[in-house]
Design a protein around this ligand. Structure first.
Ligand code: GDP
Length: 486
């Protein structure tokens, strides 16, 4: 039997749509019901850490045909639970920085008090013997930057909402980011001590956003805290640990090849270039050689968030790595290679690739001014028209997504960030606003009041009940995007 996208996704525990977009990156246009070639399935399996074993059966059977069955899948990696990596999001002044500080201070055992805590962009605390890693940059700049680079670096988002203020535009924007990235959200209702604190209002706002707490019949975990007074800190840590327990993706292979992501980098007096990172796979040790873009490193020292030198850093550990050739970019991923020489070679090759690209762009333009250089670089950054597809039934949404994707051209890509069934909701708008997407609706209506929300967030809606008309309108919108001056 053939390997069908939908079944295959199920087997490796991924959403079919994720596979469809990965297939698209391989220039294969598939739908949920398409069957894919064995070698393609192998490649997909590998991306997700599986080895695919295809058994050819039925030899000597009716027609002597070999039947392909995905018989067994073995994880290529030995996945074990790791601490969750958590970021704190929310509206300005709702207490993100204070909460990060308070959580950190509450966790310093007295013997350490007065010890040097180092700001390395992330820190780890323990709650009931379980570790939690916090990204120590409030706001979601780091978060969305990392997401833009196409990988999930955060496992759980804590959405801070001030009890005296409630949900604000940036709270919704942050929520949209978390949803687009499929990162589960835990809510911290902060400023419980403030005179105007109104928990019921916040809970109601949560419910309106599909974030209903358990006691309101939903699934969202929340805690009432006062970051300023240090109250409720245990509760929010407990909520994070509970959320981590039910989130299946928080695993890694501590024995696998080392991979990680840079949180921040700097040049330090006496230490040279250093980079703070979070380890994602494997265990990093001094002496190992790393490549990150055009920079490389022979690890001279590993320093944890307490300023101590450590001998190894496993999955989810925040660590400062000393020994870089230059400061790598925040959000970039690094990997381990055989030795320093290899690392240098890789980094130089990466640098050369970039220079070659720039040079050809210059040649094409036949000029050398800095402005032209930027223009040339910009030219290679293909534009992308992002859409969220809504239709009356799932099959139609899928068919529509596929036809839309077929209209991408040399100069512009069409990217479907999500698709769904039913009327266009407020949530669709918030998600599209975060993803800078246009909502495409086929045979669906708009929920009450949502048109004005879309207007407020600058989200475009394209709706029609005739597919041909819809596609024409999308093409027009894409043309407008290419020639904004027209
Ligand atoms: P951020 O912009 O979200 O990082 O917010 P900050 O952490 O900088 O806090 C903004 C203001 O709110 C500061 O003046 C804090 O002292 C105050 N604040 C933070 N948490 C609380 C709290 O739990 N209760 C009260 N009353 N004020 C708080």
């Amino acid at each position: 039997s053939p390997i069908v996208v939908r079944d295959f996704a199920l087997q490796i525990g991924r959403k079919p749509f994720q596979l469809i977009s990965e297939l698209m990156e391989m220039s294969i246009f598939a739908s949920m019901n398409s069957s894919i070639e064995e070698d393609v399935a192998q490649r997909l399996a590998k991306i997700h850490g599986f080895a695919l074993e295809v058994r050819h059966r039925g030899e000597g059977g009716a027609a002597g045909e070999a039947e392909k069955v995905v018989e067994e899948k073995k994880p290529a990696r030995e996945m074990v639970p790791r601490p969750p990596v958590v970021c704190i999001l929310g509206h300005v002044d709702h207490g993100k920085t204070t909460l990060l500080d308070t959580i950190r201070k509450a966790n310093v055992v007295s013997s350490e008090a007065g010890g040097i805590t180092q700001h390395i962009g992330a820190y780890q605390v323990t709650h009931k013997d379980k570790l939690i890693t916090f990204i120590d940059t409030p706001g979601h700049a780091a978060f969305s930057n990392m997401r833009a680079r196409g990988a999930r670096t955060t496992d759980i988002a804590v959405l801070v909402v001030a009890a005296d203020d409630g949900f604000m535009p940036q709270t919704d924007e942050a929520l949209g980011h978390a949803r687009v990235s499929k990162v589960p959200v835990v809510v911290a209702i902060n400023k419980m001590d403030a005179p105007g604190a109104n928990v019921d209002k916040v809970l109601r706002q949560m419910q309106e956003r599909d974030l209903a707490p358990e006691d309101w019949g939903g699934e969202t975990l929340y805690a009432k805290v006062s970051a300023l007074k240090g109250e409720g800190i245990e509760d929010i840590l407990e909520a994070i640990v509970l959320q981590a327990d039910v989130t299946e993706t928080i695993v890694a292979d501590p024995k696998g090849e080392v991979e990680g992501v840079i949180v921040e980098a700097q040049k330090e007096l006496g230490r040279g270039s250093t980079a703070s990172a979070i380890i994602q796979q494997g265990t990093l040790k001094p002496g190992m050689a790393l490549v990150c873009g055009e920079n490389y490193c022979r690890v001279r020292q590993l320093i944890n968030d307490k300023g101590e030198q450590i001998k190894e850093a496993g999955p989810s550990s925040p660590v400062k790595i000393v020994g870089w050739s230059g400061p790598p970019d925040a959000g970039d991923f690094f990997k381990v290679v055989k030795n320093e020489r290899e690392a240098k070679k890789h980094a130089e090759a990466n640098e050369l690739d970039r220079k070659k690209l720039e040079a050809t762009q210059l040649q094409e333009r036949g000029s050398t001014s800095v402005d032209d250089l930027f223009a040339a670089i910009e030219k290679t950054q293909k534009k992308s028209f992002t859409v969220l597809v809504k239709a009356d039934v799932y099959g139609t949404a899928e068919a529509l997504a596929t036809s839309l994707q077929s209209i991408k051209s040399e100069k512009i890509d069409l990217e479907v960030v999500d698709m769904g069934v039913g009327d266009i909701t407020r949530n669709d708008v918030l998600m599209s606003s975060a993803a800078k997407a246009t909502i495409i609706g086929f045979n669906v209506g708009i929920e009450n009041g949502v048109t004005s929300v879309a207007k407020h967030h600058g989200v475009n809606l394209i709706q029609h009940n005739i597919i041909y008309e819809l596609i024409t309108q999308v093409k027009d919108a894409m043309t407008d995007m290419l020639d904004p001056e027209l």
